[in-house]
Design a protein around this ligand. Structure first.
Ligand code: G3P
Length: 220
């Protein structure tokens, strides 16, 4: 499974990239607003992210009609070769995906919450499909089972083009563990969750013991 970072924060992206495991970035309007992003700077900001990451960078269209999404998608895709156009799972989004995919533009179909939505996204030509986990948990439903169903269903078929499932709305290291066990291709994670994935209490305890014993060696 590959790790993407779910953020628009350049410092987080730079730091995660320095760890050597960063395969891509996903952004959305909320994440861009969280860093104080301004409309005028949006395309430049996506360009800066694309320069930091050796992998796909999802930039979301907030248009609501197919023609607007297509126009937006073409503009976003022209920012850099590694831009992936993120489009919500809805009728207008599917129609726009069909056109953009036929032009060779990679689409990440987002806000996916069911197997039928995922299959429709795949049929429309989406290169990436993003089933959300945490938002099910927010309403006391089982997001991991939903993710497992999407992974199994999409892998049942050959859609005639490469498709990768991005486990999205990931809130914990356990979500990451389960996504990997299910065979999700990618987990897109907030920086705080990525840090948690590096940590383990037994690693800390082991390190503490090594340092103490090394002090003994130095003083011997
Ligand atoms: O990339 C979108 C997705 O990961 C959002 O996550 O935490 O807002 O549900 P969240």
């Amino acid at each position: 499974m590959k790790f993407f970072l779910d953020t628009a924060d350049l410092a987080e992206i730079e730091e995660a990239a320095s760890w050597g495991a960063l395969a891509g970035v996903t952004t959305n309007p909320t994440l861009y607003s969280r860093i104080g992003g301004k409309l005028d700077d949006f395309h430049d900001h996506i360009k800066r992210i694309c320069e930091l990451v050796d992998g796909p960078v999802s930039a979301e269209s907030v248009a609501m009609t197919r023609d607007e999404i297509i126009a937006d998608g073409r503009k976003l895709a022209s920012i850099a070769d590694n831009v992936v156009v993120k489009i919500p799972t809805m009728v207008e989004g599917l129609a726009a995906t069909k056109v953009l995919a036929s032009e060779g533009i990679a689409v990440n179909m987002t806000l996916c919450f069911s197997v039928p939505q995922a299959i429709l996204a795949a049929r429309s030509g989406a290169r990436y499909i993003s089933p959300f986990v945490g938002r099910f948990d927010d309403i006391s439903e089982d997001g991991l089972t939903q993710l497992e169903n999407v992974v199994a269903a999409v892998n049942n078929y050959d859609f005639g083009h490469d498709i990768e499932i991005i486990a999205a709305s990931i809130r914990s290291a356990n979500h990451v563990t389960q996504a990997a066990l299910m065979g999700a291709d990618i987990a897109t994670v907030p920086f705080a969750v990525l840090k948690k994935c590096v940590e383990h209490p037994l690693t800390d305890r082991g390190l503490e013991a090594f340092l103490k014993d090394w002090e003994k060696v130095q003083n011997a």
